[in-house]
Design a protein around this ligand. Sequence first.
Ligand code: SF4
Length: 645
Amino acid sequence: MPDPDAAAPAEPAEPTDPTVRRTLSALDRVTAALPGGETRDGQREMAAAVAAAVKERRHLVVQAGTGTGKSLAYLVPAIVAGRRTVVATATKALQDQLAGKDLPFLKEHLDLDVSWAMLKGRSNYVCRQRLREIAKGGEEQLALDGLAERASSAELAELAAWAEDSPTGDRAELPREPSPSAWAAVSVSARECPGASRFPSGGTCFAEAARTAAAEASLVVVNQHLYGLHVASGGVLLPEHDVVVIDEAHAFEDVVSATAGLDIAATRFSTLARAIGAILDDQPTTDGLEAVAARWDRALTPEVGRRLKGGLGEELGTLVALAVERTDRALAGLRAIDPGTNAEAGARKQRAMQLAGSLLDELHLLSAPGPTNVLWIEGPDSRPSLRLAPLDVASLLAEGAWPNVTAVLTSATIPPGLDHAVGLPTERLVDLDVGSPFDYEQQALLYCAASLPDPRQPGFDEAVHDELEALIDAAGGRTLALFTSFRAMDAAAEALRGRVDHPIMTQRERPKPALLAAFSADPATCLFATMGFWQGVDVPGPSLSLVTIDRLPFPRPDEPLLQARRELAREAAFRTVDLPRAVTLMAQGVGRLIRSTEDRGVVAVLDPRLATSKSYRWDIVRALPPMRRTRDRAEAEQFLEALRS
Ligand code: SF4
């Protein structure tokens, strides 16, 4: 019974700042129009903080738990402020949600000017110049390009017909997914395209049209990869903007590291050889490049996974020097071509020169990687590549990204130390955690199997299988079992089929969307999966009542880039390199369970170190939603059984 004399809970104070007030009233109008129409305190708090940060030109890092509605909490202030904004997301699903759902909804319900554009990397758009060349050259041209045996002419004709009517040329709008070879035939990468001004088809280029639309829009949606390329290229890829919102910011450091680095596989040389062969009868040059491609594979395959600590070494150094010499010679041969009045030949020459020039620049960088980069050989064995990545991206972003914009970094899980890792200046930074609207204490139970052996001890796998059997039975299926390796996933699926009465699907069986559709449709089903499913799985309702995690997801000790970062961090390596990654992934994995206010369920962590580690268990537990906790399996089973009644 409430105490009638108790003071009423304090209403949140109305903000005094007029910009923040305008933002909140716009947000309230928008959320009132949503089905359910509820106001969420965390969303309002975040929107107010974004509005204040944009106005005062301060950076903001905001953790917004699942269910906050964070996209409206940054879109509304950006639109109200009227500042040009770029939103960079890590997943295509979120890009689609923003451009296809949230922004049209805001346009309908805000009486403000809302204009937006989606911009992607060049290879996402069909290339009119390639279509034109294929149309003119037919089978013969495809043969010269080395594509005749791989792309069917019927599919190419279908793509050409689609491009005639498509307003965007965006691959995502194709009625069905094209084969990789057909798409390779009708598109070009940024490395190959020298820009519209040099082409007969330039004026009608889809990629350029998307850039023009982006330059005119007040809000541009991109992926983090493109934003990383924009920063690494000195800021030439995107229109000037005042605000950047990095959504799913937990992934940003790794994405920028990948985009700011290099990745050279043998196909770079064979692609260049084909591009030259299509316009120049110079067998020694094309044979020379193909020979480098073959040697590249032979030299790298036995070394996959090795970090090249002291530089390339003698054998690879000789190979890279040979590659430089042959690419240089190819470039000189291309320069000497006079295409005369043949516009198509001129376009091909430009593209081949662009390919050769960018390859040459990258090879020079590989030859002298310097102390601030990490060099290693990456797999798979069938397509090894030489990789180079900056040891840290903080200085790149501190100099190239943040000085001229207001940055808002947000995610359901902000890794510890993210601001430092991405070089945000502390003197202009605000940190905020707006929590989550879900009542985790009531909705969820965190069970840690404290009595299991340490994962590095014999008998761990068998003990995990026994735990899974008991928990899946108690849940009646309805389980997303997350594993840290394919080996563990396969072993568990094999052991449990026949031991539980519920169908078990694994990640190997179908593409992710099909698996999730089947999993959502049948509550009796269990889904066993690895890293690709620790994020981006959104299954509200009774089909998902149990999430299990086999081990704490620390990164592999032999991953070359992280190895180098550990060496740099010395005694702080575990806390600054390994623990933040494990904490973030754990929070992401656990976050699969509660997706709505109606959801209830158990997270079972089968790695006893979550209960026993003195040095880091609380770092992980504190990063998880505030669920009730237990070490008693019977309590977890009762919780799950109660959900079925
Ligand atoms: S600029 Fe030319 S080559 Fe580049 S994508 Fe456009 S049409 Fe193709």
